[in-house]
Design a protein around this ligand. Structure first.
Ligand code: MF3
Ligand code: CO
Length: 248
């Protein structure tokens, strides 16, 4: 069952989403060579507390941090720790918040100082793949249109999408139905209805699409250790165009 949210519920998700977008602006300023990922998480936690909202990830399945921080070949769910960012790295930060019992979920990938042309291209392509996916997320379109848009854009840009990890519905829980693959067939899958709220989150790799989970039980990396980038927005399906709920 895919929940359809009321205007009141959407307003609550948007309240959290706006705050989350503001937090990401501040996170962007923290990203520089020399900072370790635990410091980014601590800074993010301070921002969350300052805004008076609840971190969504801390305590989720025993997770101990407010953010997932994934460097270079780490795709998602990197655990904040002692790793220092170095010039040329790319770093994905994923954060969720709860406001008035509703979740908002967002992720961005940042370059650390000056990065390679390929890394810059990968980040730009992943961001643009999310934009093209959001354009497909409209009343009357189908779930497959979202994934098909991501996959087509990624291919054109010379990258591959991660096939074993998905976006998801979001609202009363961090993860609701449906799963949202970043590939699919145009016109296939369930019909999108106004009021569905989705976290769309393409992950693009420079090499193979294959992934594995590290022994820490969380961190997901590319098997070939190629770079990976990740962007995520929480959006609501509407007539015409989706509204991005995680933007200021
Ligand atoms: N945003 C992540 C996702 O949708 C959720 C991470 S949960 C955590 O998969 F516990 F790992 F933080
Ligand atoms: Co998510």
């Amino acid at each position: 069952m895919i929940p359809i949210k009321s205007e009141e519920e959407i307003a609550k998700i948007n309240k959290g989403g706006k705050i989350l977008a503001e937090i990401f602006r501040e996170i962007g300023k923290l990203i520089q060579p020399g900072i370790d990922t635990a410091e980014i998480d601590k800074g993010t936690e301070a921002l969350i507390l300052k805004k008076g909202v609840i971190p969504a990830f801390k305590g989720y399945r025993g997770y101990k941090h407010v953010s997932c921080i994934s460097v270079n070949d780490e795709i998602v769910h990197g655990i904040p720790g002692r790793r220092c960012l170095q010039e040329g790295d790319i770093v994905g930060v994923d954060v969720g918040v709860i406001v008035e019992d509703y979740y908002a979920d967002m992720a961005q990938t940042y370059p650390v100082g000056k990065v390679s042309k390929k890394a810059k291209k990968l980040i730009a392509a992943t961001k643009q793949a999310l934009r093209t996916a959001i354009k497909q997320a409209r009343t009357g379109n189908h779930l497959g249109d979202i994934g098909a848009a991501v996959d087509a854009y990624a291919k054109r840009a010379g990258f591959v999408v991660v096939r074993d990890l998905f976006g998801h519905g979001v609202g009363k829980a961090l993860h609701e139905d449906p799963l949202i693959p970043n590939y699919g067939n145009w016109g296939e899958g369930i019909e999108l209805k106004s009021g569905m709220v989705f976290a769309i989150e393409p992950m693009l790799n420079e090499g193979s699409h294959e992934i594995k989970t590290l022994d820490d039980g969380w961190t997901i990396v590319t098997v070939d250790h190629g770079l990976s980038a990740h962007f995520e927005h929480t959006i609501v399906i509407k007539e015409g165009a989706a509204e991005v709920l995680t933007s200021v």
